[in-house]
Design a protein. Structure first.
Length: 149
């Protein structure tokens, strides 16, 4: 059986996207790998916003995508999620790009966090609905929250 799930070309955490033209293209502003809160910030705190840019390709059909933020304890704990959305792959060779916004992200303490991209197949290439398809983890992007100094 053919593997219908897309592959992830890029998954990048950034401060925000910035529109660059009328064709709805956007630039990535301030790529984020780790964050150091201001000296006046104490844990727990809420970060006003972060965005995740994702580019996927090679999918066959329509997928439900979820991006979730996990605190990486002994057992990962989900602490935030972007609005889920569906994407239909009309061309298996084409790359599909999207930003997802996270607002008021809760950070309980310093440590390792991870954004995770999940996909679930909704409809095959002919548009036939598929039920009870598993949600698959496609990618993860770590984020280190440092202790305030």
């Amino acid at each position: 059986m053919e593997w219908p799930y897309p592959v992830v070309r890029h998954m990048i955490v950034c401060r925000r996207p910035h529109p660059i033209d009328t064709a709805h293209r956007e630039a990535i502003l301030r790529i984020v790998f780790r964050l150091l809160p201001a000296a006046s910030a104490a844990y727990p705190f809420r970060l006003p916003e972060l965005h995740v840019f994702t580019q996927v390709a090679g999918g066959v059909g329509t997928f439900a995508f979820d991006i979730e933020l996990f605190r990486m304890d002994a057992e990962p704990v989900m602490v935030g999620a972007a609005e889920p959305f569906d994407l239909t792959f009309d061309d298996r060779v084409a790359a599909y790009s999207f930003f997802r916004a996270f607002t008021l992200l809760p950070f309980e303490r310093p440590g390792l966090y991870e954004f995770r991209l999940f996909a679930r197949l909704l409809r095959n290439a002919t548009g036939e609905p598929l039920h009870n398809q598993p949600r698959r983890l496609l990618a993860g992007e770590p984020l280190r929250m440092e202790a305030a100094t």
